[in-house]
Design a protein around this ligand. Structure first.
Ligand code: WT7
Length: 662
C-alpha cells in the first residue's frame, strides 16, 4: 500500500491530535467537552453506577411505568431498570411525534441504481415511521405474531428493513435480522435456532448493479424449514420470484389494508428486543440476546456521546454498515433515531457506479457524521485520492471507525483526505455482545492517537488483566475484560446457557472476557491486539474458522480442513484454508475455485477463502490437535518461531511451505 506524501513522517512522530478548538460550537455544544469532564463523569459512574445509569435512563428513554430499581446483578445475570416498562419503537419514533416533530426527517435513503435523473432518494419522517410501523405491526398481528415471538428479517438496505425491525418492537416481538449476504443454509440454521414462523424478505437486493436474489434464498431455505408459515415479500428490484400459495404474501398488499394506528406495547425492561447471530469458536453461530431498556439506553447514550449528536443543528448521521450486523442495529436504528438526528441509509456498494459514490453522497446530503470500517478506508486509499478530492466534503465534522483495528496509515489517510484534517476520528471498540460502544474517544474531549481506541465510555469498567484477573501495568498485553455489568451487555446466548457462561464468564471469574487481547499505554489508552480465540475478523465481519472448516469438509472431495486468518491488505484479515483431499480427488485450480464457490453457497461470499493450499496432511500435536499457530505462520509466509517438537510429522511443515499457493 502506498503512503500519501508527508504522512509517513507524521506517523513516526506518534502525534496526538487534540479535539479541534471550534468543533464543539460547530456541533451545537459539546456533550462531553473536556478530559476533566470525561474523567469526572467516569469516576461518578464507577462510584455510583445506579445513580449514573438510572439518571441516564430517565433522560434518554420514555417510561410507561418507571423502574423501581436500577440493577439486580448476580454474575453473569443482570437485570437493569427492574419493574420498568418501555418500548423501543416508542423511543425511536412515537415520542418525537408526540413532541411535535412528526414532520422532521428520520431516515434519508438513497437507492443504488442511478437513472437519468440521478439516484432515487426517499425521506421518511417520524410521522411516516409511526404510520408504517403501525401498519406492519397490525399486519403481523393479523398473521398471529404475538409478544415474545421471534420474527426473522432477511432484506436489503431499504427503508422497509428499519420499518420491519421497529414494527416488531412496536408489537413486542423480537426480531432476528440475517445479513442479506448469507446463503440459504445459514438462514436455515438461524431460523431453526430462533424458532421463527414468519420471515420478512425482499424479491432481491441491489448490489453493484446486479440483483442478489434474496427471495430465492428464502425459498431454498424454506425447503428445510417446515415451521415457517408465512413469508412476506417486499418488491424492490422487480426480479422474478416464485410464489408459494398460502405461504408467501405480498408486503404492499398486506399492509395496504391495515389501519395506520397501533399503540406501542409497554414492554418489561428486560424483554428481548432482538436476537443477532454471530460467530464463535465452534461451528454453530450463537444467537446473542439483547434487552429492551438496557440495550436501548446504552446505544442512545453512546450514539449521543461518541458522535456528539444534537437535534436541530443540521446534523446528518451516516453509518455505512448493513443492518444485518450489530453496527447497523445500534448505529443505524436504535441509537440514532432516539437522538432525533436524521439517519442516512445508502442501499448499495461503495463503488457503484464509480469509486466516489460515498463522497458524492456525503456532498449531496451534507453529511456531518460518517462512520465506516477500516477495510472500507483501505479500499478507498487504494482507489486513490482523486475520488474524495472531486467532492465537497466540508460538511463533515466527526469521522468514525469500527469493526477491526485501524492501522495508523489508514487512520491518517482518513483524517487528511476525508476529514480535511479538521475532523476527529472516533475509533470505536465494541462487539455484538456489548450492544454498543465500550471503548472510544469522545470527539470534543479525547485527544486521539492513530491506532488506539483510547478510553472507556463512562461507566464501562474495562481493564487489561492476566488469567487470574490481576490488572497489568502499561505496556503489557493481556485479556481485555469488563469488570462490572453495563446496560447494553448481552443477556445470554439463545437456548444455550452453558455456552454463555463458558464463552464470556469462565476464564476470569466475575469478569466479562471479550475475547480480545489488548494493552494499555502510559496514558492509559487501550490498544486492541486481536482475537484470542478461533474467531477471525474479515473486513470487519466476524467469522468462526470452524464454520468455514465445516463448510469445506462438507464438500465431497475434502477429508480434512484447517482454516486460519492471514494478513490481508484490504480486508485486514484474509481467510487461509489448508485442505486434505480424499482418494478420488486431486489438487487443481478448478477444484480451488470450486471449493470457494462451495463455501459461498454454504455460508456466504464473505466466507470464501482467499488462499487454499492442498496438503497431504495437517500438522498436529501427538494428541491430535491441529497446530493452528504454525499454520498462521505458514499462511503469513513467516518462519515459525513456534516450538515444533510436538509435531507428529515434521515433514508436514516443510511440505506445507512448498505447496503451491492459490
Ligand atoms: C470484534 C467484534 C463492533 C461492531 C462490529 C464488529 C473487533 C471491533 C474494533 C476496534 C479493534 C475491533 C474485535 C471485537 N473490533 N471494533 N475499534 N478496534 N478491533 O462486531 O462482529 O461482534 O466483532 O471486532 O476483535 O472483539 P463483532
Amino acid at each position: 500500500m502506498t503512503t500519501p506524501a508527508g504522512i509517513a513522517s507524521i506517523l513516526q512522530e506518534h502525534r496526538v491530535f487534540p479535539p479541534p478548538a471550534d468543533l464543539a460550537s460547530r456541533l451545537g455544544g459539546a456533550v462531553v467537552g473536556s478530559m476533566e469532564d470525561l474523567r469526572a463523569m467516569h469516576r461518578r459512574a464507577l462510584d455510583d453506577p445506579e445513580g449514573f445509569w438510572g439518571g441516564l435512563a430517565r433522560e434518554h428513554l420514555h417510561w410507561f411505568t418507571p423502574f423501581s430499581k436500577v440493577l439486580e446483578w448476580s454474575c453473569p445475570d443482570a437485570r437493569w431498570f427492574v419493574g420498568g416498562t418501555t418500548n423501543a419503537c416508542f423511543n425511536c419514533v412515537d415520542r418525537h411525534v408526540e413532541a411535535g416533530h412528526g414532520d422532521e426527517v428520520a431516515i434519508l435513503w438513497e437507492g443504488e441504481p442511478v437513472g437519468a435523473g440521478g439516484p432515487e432518494v426517499r425521506r421518511l419522517t417520524y410521522g411516516d415511521l409511526q404510520r408504517e410501523t403501525s401498519r406492519l405491526a397490525n399486519a403481523l398481528a393479523s398473521l398471529g405474531v404475538r409478544t415474545g415471538d421471534v420474527v426473522t428479517i432477511y432484506m436489503g438496505m431499504v427503508p422497509e428493513v428499519v420499518i420491519a425491525m421497529l414494527a416488531c418492537a412496536r408489537l413486542g416481538a423480537a426480531h432476528s435480522v440475517i445479513f442479506g449476504g448469507f446463503s440459504a443454509p445459514a438462514i436455515v440454521d438461524r431460523v431453526n435456532d430462533a424458532g421463527s414462523r414468519v420471515i420478512l424478505t425482499c424479491d432481491g437486493a441491489w448490489r453493484r448493479g446486479s440483483v442478489v436474489p434474496l427471495k430465492a434464498h428464502v425459498d431454498e431455505a424454506c425447503r428445510s424449514l417446515p415451521e415457517v408459515g408465512q413469508v412476506i415479500v417486499l418488491r424492490r428490484c422487480g426480479n422474478e420470484v416464485s410464489t408459494t400459495a398460502g405461504r408467501d404474501l405480498d408486503w404492499h398488499a398486506l399492509v395496504a389494508s391495515q389501519p395506520d394506528h397501533r399503540p406501542c406495547v409497554p414492554m418489561d425492561s428486560e424483554a428481548t428486543l432482538f436476537l443477532l447471530y454471530t460467530s464463535g469458536s465452534t461451528g454453530k453461530p450463537k444467537g446473542i440476546v439483547h434487552s429492551t431498556a438496557g440495550y436501548g439506553l446504552h446505544v442512545a447514550f453512546t450514539a449521543r456521546a461518541t458522535f456528539n449528536l444534537r437535534p436541530d443543528r443540521g446534523q446528518v448521521f451516516w453509518c455505512t454498515a448493513d443492518v444485518g450486523w450489530i453496527t447497523g442495529h445500534s448505529y443505524v436504528v436504535y441509537g440514532i433515531l432516539p437522538n432525533r438526528v436524521p439517519c442516512l441509509i445508502y442501499e448499495g456498494a461503495p463503488n457503484f457506479t464509480r469509486e466516489d459514490r460515498f463522497w458524492e453522497i456525503v456532498a449531496r446530503h451534507r453529511v456531518t457524521h460518517f462512520y465506516t470500517a477500516p477495510t472500507a478506508i483501505r479500499a478507498f486509499m487504494k482507489w486513490g485520492d482523486a475520488h474524495p478530492a472531486r467532492h465537497d466534503l466540508s460538511s463533515l465534522m466527526v469521522l468514525g471507525s469500527v469493526g477491526e483495528p485501524i492501522n495508523p496509515e489508514a487512520w491518517m489517510w482518513y483524517r487528511e483526505r476525508i476529514g480535511g484534517g479538521r475532523c476527529p476520528i472516533v475509533d470505536t471498540f465494541w462487539q455484538t455482545e456489548t450492544g454498543g460502544h465500550v471503548i472510544t474517544p469522545l470527539p470534543c474531549a479525547t485527544p486521539t492517537v492513530p491506532g488506539s481506541c483510547t478510553l472507556p465510555i463512562p461507566g464501562i469498567d474495562a481493564a487489561v488483566v492476566d488469567e487470574s484477573g490481576r490488572e497489568l501495568p502499561p505496556g503489557r498485553g493481556g485479556l481485555l475484560v469488563i469488570r462490572r455489568p453495563w446496560p447494553g451487555m448481552l443477556r445470554g446466548v439463545r437456548g444455550d446457557r452453558q455456552r454463555f457462561i463458558d464463552t464470556y464468564w469462565s476464564r476470569v471469574p466475575g469478569m466479562y472476557v471479550a475475547g480480545d487481547a489488548a494493552r494499555r499505554d502510559e496514558r492509559g489508552y487501550f490498544w486492541i491486539l486481536g482475537r484470542i480465540d478461533d474467531v477471525i475478523n474479515v473486513s470487519g465481519h466476524r467469522l468462526g474458522t470452524a464454520e468455514v472448516e465445516s463448510a469445506l469438509v462438507a464438500h465431497e472431495a475434502v477429508v480434512e480442513a484447517a482454516v486460519v486468518g492471514m494478513p490481508h491488505e484490504i480486508k485486514g484479515t484474509g481467510i487461509a484454508a489448508f485442505v486434505t483431499l480424499g482418494p478420488g480427488a486431486s489438487p487443481s485450480e478448478a477444484l480451488k475455485s470450486n471449493l470457494r464457490e462451495h463455501v459461498a453457497r454454504e455460508i456466504g461470499a464473505i466466507a470464501k477463502p482467499d488462499m487454499i493450499r492442498f496438503t497431504g496432511a495437517l500438522p498436529k500435536t501427538r494428541s491430535g490437535k491441529i497446530m493452528r499457530r504454525l499454520l498462521r505462520d505458514v499462511a503469513a509466509g513467516r518462519e515459525s518461531a513456534q516450538d515444533v517438537t510436538t509435531l507428529e510429522d515434521f515433514s508436514v511443515l516443510s511440505r506445507l511451505r512448498e505447496s503451491e499457493e492459490a
